[in-house]
Design a protein around this ligand. Structure first.
Ligand code: FAD
Length: 297
């Protein structure tokens, strides 16, 4: 299908993008970044913005920068740059480990970190990585910049804390080179999106788990932390049985009645996949924390 007619504007700065959003507010404007989620919804008639404001060329919100404490990833950074970033691989391992499993080469060359998080598709891969990495999301509007802890960012299906007159400009990730990060994903056979995906960021000392942030995509209407798994892990052993026991708690806080249930997988099957993929992510994260490079699959 062809999308309905729209006007197109290209912003060269954040303030110009905010101006354009205000100026065209009566045309139901949409920000366009990589376009990989927005354009399909426009072509299928699910979205018909009267104006598109292209932010993909705003250099000030593109790129990866590391200082002592944190790594900042600009909203317009393409996935490919995350995958190739040695700073992220060293300091926030769960992030590139997740992003390398998004889509295919074309999607990773074009899709953006900001677009993925702002779109908040329940089957996207990035929300769990952002939750596991304890990210801070940076949002800018007419009143200036504000920072949103990732735990407060995802509000529901395709719903986030970004206001209609705001732009997601970047994310800040705490540097934690000692943390092992991994992502285990059951991709949809048709789309490649996450039927279930689990991101794990674990601190390990000898054979003890010292810290844990674990989160899942594809199970509920938005990415969720798996806190019962984290609680079961911390202070426990890194042996396979202990990780499997912790993974069995993955669904404890999740209401199966509210789990995603569609042609791809029933809620019951997703609940089963959740503990299987949680266990895989935990095993791979422990291996990475111990200096190994196992991929979780
Ligand atoms: C074939 C295919 C396979 C895919 N596979 C996967 C996959 O396996 N895993 C996965 O996670 N994703 C997958 N995707 C989605 C892809 O990752 C998209 O790139 C991503 O969801 C959206 O990023 P974008 O930059 O393309 O955003 P766009 O499509 O341009 O925008 C998406 C939405 O976010 C809003 N938006 C964008 N940027 C901002 C901003 N800075 N501030 C505020 N709002 C903003 C837009 O207004 C729009 O509503 C796939 C897409 C395709 C086409």
């Amino acid at each position: 299908m062809f999308p309905a007619q729209f006007d197109y504007y290209k912003a060269s700065s954040v303030s110009e993008a905010l101006d354009l959003m205000e100026e065209h507010a009566d045309e139901d404007p949409e920000i366009i970044a990589g376009g990989h989620s927005l354009l399909p919804t426009m072509k299928s008639g699910l979205a018909s913005p009267g104006a598109l404001i292209d932010v993909s060329g705003i250099d000030s919100i593109s790129g990866i920068e590391t200082d002592g404490d944190e790594t900042t990833v600009g909203a317009m950074t393409n996935y490919v740059d995350v995958v190739n970033s040695s700073d992220l691989a060293e300091n926030v391992a769960v992030f590139p480990a997740t992003v390398e499993q998004i889509g295919d080469v074309q999607v990773r060359n074009r899709g953006t970190i900001g677009g993925n998080l702002a779109h908040a598709d329940p089957a996207s891969d990035l929300p769990a990585a952002a939750l596991a990495a304890d990210a801070t999301i940076v949002v800018e509007g007419r009143d200036g910049e504000r920072e949103v802890p990732v735990d407060d960012f995802f509000l529901g299906m395709y719903a986030t804390d970004v206001g209609e007159d705001e732009l997601l400009t970047g994310i800040r990730l705490p540097n934690a080179p000692e943390i092992g990060g991994a992502y285990a994903k059951k991709p949809s056979p048709s789309s490649g999106y996450a039927m279930v995906g689990v991101a794990a960021a674990l601190g390990v000392d000898g054979d003890e788990v010292t810290s844990a942030r674990v989160a899942a995509n594809g199970v509920m209407d938005h990415g969720v932390r798996l806190e019962p798994v984290e609680d079961a892990l911390v202070g426990g052993s890194t042996d396979e049985d202990s990780l499997a026991d912790a993974a069995d708690h993955a669904g404890d806080d999740l209401d199966e009645m509210l789990m995603m249930d569609d042609v791809q997988a029933s809620a019951e099957f997703r609940a089963h996949l959740l503990s299987v993929y949680t266990k895989r992510a935990l095993g791979a994260a422990v291996e990475r924390a111990n200096g190994g490079g196992a991929a979780a699959d």
